[in-house]
Design a protein around this ligand. Structure first.
Ligand SMILES: [Fe+2]
Length: 399
């Protein structure tokens, strides 16, 4: 009998118009100086000014940090944390995609710690987080990362990524308002949506899955499966945006507790070495990783097929699992994401350096239902170069 450890953001508002809860929630913490962490694009279109105006009218001092970049490098985290320490803020609000939210929670927690951000990294750091830090409100404007409900902040290093992780990084308040996502362009909707789907799929087949995370993951897959194509085709499709926000939120809760695995482990080096966005890195690898590990989790793959709207009723478990991989391939293709590494102009000469970086992601690889060894990782990248799903030569145990 295993015990699931479940930690959640203190409070979440999820639904169309949820942003109205921002001001009352800020009041609850009685801050004087608020740091808003966001990206330049949201500032440029005047969105951040509209969100912060009511706070300023109420007399709160609001400072905006708008230098967030996609897949933020460690140096950006260092700069933001030292600014947060110096300027004596007493609340942090993160608004934007996963990068803004990740940096906001990092700044809120490390504002009350000593040392560099590098000191707290999972793979190479020497210090651990000791205090909760400043109150933080996280407001996603894309449906993808689930950062608003996780305890992880991801940072890019020279050729790969690492994380700062602790439950103190969990948001005090998460505000998930699908209305904020209607202006997200199709390409970003597709990439972030497949990221969310990958969270749910990897959580569902994870060795740490529990009945609770299974429920969250399957419902996320249902919502994303029925609405991602629609949200990409028509950003103003309100129901599709609502489904994607809920799906992404549920997927975030699922993977935070059950973990992501091989897809993310192999995707990180694509971001690190070739600056492919996190969502697209996952998308291009999703069918190849799931196809490779298929034999180790055929029953669960059949469940995923059903959640995606397929029907496994007249199929054997084996057939349904094959069909699931095909469905994932089709979905990635139909939302317009290249389905080979060559489609991202990555040449096969990168095979070895990608493999060597991915092998380092032991925390993620350990959750795969099929233990992924160096040889497996090389095989999967190889299959993503040639554009054909492959399977391990050795015999698998089924779960
Ligand atoms: Fe992800």
């Amino acid at each position: 009998m295993s015990v699931a450890r479940l930690a959640f953001a203190s409070l979440s508002y999820v639904g169309w118009g949820a942003l109205e809860q921002l001001l009352p929630e800020v009041r609850r913490f009685s801050p004087k100086r608020i740091l808003v962490v966001t990206d330049p694009a949201l500032e440029k279109i005047g969105f951040i000014q509209r969100v912060t105006a009511p706070l300023i009218q109420q007399g709160y001092e609001v400072e905006r940090y708008t230098d967030v970049v996609p897949e933020p490098p460690l140096e950006v985290g260092e700069k933001l944390v030292s600014m947060t320490r110096q300027d004596k803020f007493d609340m942090v609000i993160g608004i934007g995609g996963g990068s803004s939210l990740d940096l906001a929670k990092l700044a809120a927690v490390l504002a009350v710690h000593e040392g560099t951000v590098g000191d707290y990294l999972n793979l190479t750091g020497t210090k651990t987080v000791q205090q909760k830090g400043l109150p933080k409100i996280l407001i996603p404007t894309t449906s993808g990362t689930g950062s608003e409900v996780t305890n992880i902040s991801v940072l890019s290093l020279e050729t790969t990524k690492d994380v700062v992780t602790h439950d103190y990084l969990l948001a005090d308040v998460a505000i998930v308002d699908p209305a904020l996502t209607v202006t997200v362009p199709p390409r970003v909707t597709a990439a972030t949506g497949i990221d969310a789907l990958t969270h749910a799929v990897e959580a569902y087949v994870s060795v740490h899955a529990s009945p609770t995370t299974d429920g969250l993951a399957l419902q996320a897959i249902r919502l994303i499966g029925r609405s991602l194509r629609k949200a990409v085709a028509d950003g103003n499709d309100k129901q599709a945006r609502i489904d994607m926000s809920n799906g992404s939120y549920l997927a975030g809760l699922a993977f935070f507790h059950a973990g992501v695995a091989g897809v993310h482990a192999l995707a990180y080096p694509l971001g690190g070495q070739f600056h492919i966005s996190h969502g697209e890195s996952n998308a291009v690898l999703l069918p190849y990783v799931m196809g490779y590990i298929r034999q180790s989790c055929t029953k669960r793959m059949a469940d995923i097929l059903n959640a995606l709207g397929g029907n496994s009723a007249y199929l054997s478990e084996e057939e349904a699992s094959y069909r699931c991989v095909e469905e994932l391939e089709r979905l990635v293709k139909e939302v317009g994401i290249p389905n080979t590494l060559g489609g991202f102009h990555i040449h096969e000469t990168a095979l070895e350096s990608l493999t060597q970086d991915a092998v380092q992601q032991k925390r993620l690889l350990a959750r795969s239902p099929l233990p992924l060894l160096e040889e497996d990782i090389r095989n999967i990248y190889q299959s993503a170069f040639i554009g054909r799903v492959t399977e391990p030569k050795r015999k698998m145990e089924k779960s």
